[in-house]
Design a protein around this ligand. Structure first.
Ligand code: C5P
Length: 225
């Protein structure tokens, strides 16, 4: 099975942002195109895995051979992830909104020229990755992503421990003139595990996906029960 190193495996991927409604026409969200997560889902399918892709609101076609579940909010994403278990590996690429509006307005909020705008009260969203890590159905291999603007490696190592996952794929999204990871087609990542830190060159997101899928296959093989 050299060509199809993930055959017989179920790989779960989250991708894109979540949208947390303020009122019927407004929402809170993180910036995320979904490109990296969709590329990972596509690469896993090409490697022979059964793939469930839980996608937030993005404008991307469903990769061939991938089962896609569309969601809007973080809470819907968590429910879809839980509904897709068990999985051998989960790769949580989604840029989940950390907060939602505590009380979504049923009608569009109106501005009142004379009054100050009403403050938004926020509530914390569930952490899908951390929830999965302590669940009875924890995937054998649990991979998180981390978008950081500084101290990329140190923050990723802290996140690895805090979220009880097996690997954090960290990327520096601070960017520079003319380079943007978010929405762009390339990515420079660091693979952070308890054993090591491995930094890859700046690569097309498809190439990052293909290499990561190779790593997933070998790690799953090395811990095959
Ligand atoms: O803490 P931070 O948001 O930087 O962690 C990023 C990682 O955690 C990503 O893998 C992301 O998909 C996941 N995450 C999540 N649920 C959240 C927040 C982040 O699954 N509410």
């Amino acid at each position: 099975e050299h060509q199809r190193p993930l055959s017989g495996r179920h790989v779960l991927v989250t991708a894109g942002p979540t949208h947390e409604p303020i009122d019927p026409v407004r929402y809170i969200a993180n910036r995320s195109s979904g490109k990296q997560g969709f590329a990972i889902a596509a690469a896993a399918a090409r490697a022979g895995a059964r793939v469930t892709l839980v996608a937030g609101p993005v404008d991307l076609p469903t990769p061939e051979g991938v089962t896609r579940v569309d969601v809007t909010t973080a809470r819907e994403m968590l429910a879809a992830v839980e509904g897709a278990l068990p999985a051998d590996c989960a790769v949580m690429v989604a840029a989940v909104a950390d907060w939602r509006v505590a009380q979504e307005a049923g009608q569009k909020l109106k501005k009142d020229g004379s009054a100050a705008p009403a403050p938004l009260e926020l509530a914390e969203n569930p952490d899908i990755l951390a929830t999965l890590a302590i669940s009875g159905q924890r995937p054998r291999l649990l991979i998180g992503f981390a978008a950081e603007t500084e101290n990329v490696i140190a923050h990723a190592q802290a996140k690895l421990a805090r979220k009880n996952c097996d690997m954090i794929v960290a990327n520096d999204v601070s960017g520079g003139p003319g380079e943007s990871v978010m929405g762009g087609s390339r990515n420079r990542v660091h693979l952070v595990t308890v054993e090591a830190v491995e930094s890859w060159d700046d690569l097309p997101k498809e190439e990052v996906a293909a290499r990561l899928v190779d790593r997933i296959a070998s790690r799953l093989d090395s811990v095959r029960p």
